[in-house]
Design a protein around this ligand. Structure first.
Ligand code: PXP
Length: 389
């Protein structure tokens, strides 16, 4: 057990599994994968007691490190590095001040403590302080890179518009099922359909056949209405994405208010989980919604990219992009899987796709609009080509 994690705090707002994994990855990065590291998470009250007892200092601090080698008989078990003690209360205040997620701040404090255990000490001289700060940055960059390696962003194509065209004529073509097959052959790694309560485009028959024909991953987008929930539970798509649904809207307009309807959404997630169906919640890039999604057991969040895509100026677009990047980071660090979509086109996709935190992009309109001009196969291939390899 190279990383031991201890705490007696209730309702910690971070993922302990992820913190433990990070501890293990940090040991690898620091070339001591077989060493044992103990991490203790405490509150400010507990930290103040430790600070007074061992350092004769009043009040809490953010992190303390006690190297095993320092103590009596420290050379008896060289594989045991020692303890890093982190105050979650102080870390939370620092995270808010630095505008980073709590996970990120705790990770930085953990790296700081670990470097102390490995012999670095910023209190010895200015030169050592500079060296230690540079090392912290280097290790954090390595950690983030390592965590994301192997996670390629994939493209899921929404074929609702093919059904919209079919419904306009009330006949049986074009068929979204055939379109889905062409998208998959062109490199799409998922198919998305939205079964609306008013059945304006996708029909029950489409979802049933797609369940049998989709070779990649079928993501059923849906409002949390009883009738549609029952269909999902019966058909068992590979995942569902819950969206707010209004009959009068042209397309899904805003993200779900997860924080405002935790109880009902938690019930839907529990039902889906029982049937083995992971749930994604379509949300605006908003910290409150992310934390609520984690609390009620969502597996994924899909971050709404609409405002970024619709921005009227470059300045506004940059601002909206920053909101998406920060939200994706926060969700990722909370241990949620992160998708994104809505309004993405051949100009706006690349920047979002390059965020290392996003797993899948859900794109419909832009690809279908281009498909009318150049063919569906080519339109999908051109979008796939925009994703980082
Ligand atoms: N994600 C969600 C949750 C959606 O509702 C939609 C639209 O159906 C999309 C992604 C795809 O949006 P667009 O068609 O603008 O690419």
């Amino acid at each position: 057990m190279p990383v031991l994690l201890n705490h007696d705090l209730k309702g910690l707002p971070i993922s302990l599994a992820q913190l433990k994994r990070r501890g293990e990855t940090l040991l690898q990065i620091c070339n001591c994968p077989a060493s044992e590291l103990s991490i203790a998470l405490v509150d400010d009250r507990q930290m103040a007691v430790i600070n007074e007892q061992y350092r004769n200092k009043k009040g809490p601090t953010n992190v303390l490190a006690f190297a095993m080698q320092e103590g009596e008989g420290g050379d008896l078990a060289p594989e045991i590095l020692g303890d890093v003690i982190i105050s979650i209360d102080t870390a939370a205040k620092e995270a808010a001040k630095d505008e980073v997620s709590l996970h990120r701040r705790v990770t930085i404090l953990l790296i700081h403590g670990l470097l102390h255990l490995l012999g670095y000490d910023h209190e010895r001289s200015d030169a050592e302080a500079e060296l230690m700060a540079a090392k912290e940055q280097e290790i954090l960059a390595q950690l983030l890179k390592k965590e994301r390696r192997g996670q390629m962003v994939s493209l899921a194509i929404n074929v609702d518009h093919v059904a919209t065209l079919r419904q306009a004529r009330g006949i049986n073509e074009p068929d979204p099922v055939l379109a889905a097959g062409i998208c998959e052959l062109a490199g799409a790694q998922g198919i998305v359909v939205h079964l609306r309560e008013d059945r304006r485009h996708i029909q029950d028959r489409d979802v049933r056949i797609l369940r049998q024909t989709v070779k990649t991953k079928l993501n059923l987008e849906m409002g949390a209405a009883r009738e549609i929930i029952d269909i999902a539970l019966e058909i068992k798509p590979d995942m569902v994405t819950l969206v707010p649904e209004k009959r009068k809207e042209l397309t899904t307009e805003g993200g779900l208010n997860v924080a405002g309807q935790k109880k009902s959404l938690k019930g839907v997630i529990a039902q889906m989980s029982k049937a083995g169906i992971p749930v994604s919640l379509f949300i605006d890039p908003d910290s409150r919604q992310i934390v609520a999604a984690k609390e009620i057991g969502a597996t994924f969040v899909e971050i709404h990219t609409g405002r970024y895509c619709d921005a009227a100026s470059e300045q506004e677009r940059d601002h909206e992009f920053d909101l998406i990047a920060t939200a994706a980071e926060e969700a990722y660090e909370l241990g949620l899987r992160v998708n994104a979509g809505h309004g993405l086109n051949y100009l706006t996709t690349q920047r979002v796709a390059a965020l290392g935190t996003i797993e899948e992009l859900s794109i419909g309109h832009a690809v279908m609009a281009r498909a009318i001009m150049v063919g569906l196969d080519q339109a999908v291939r051109e979008m796939v080509a925009l994703l980082p390899k």
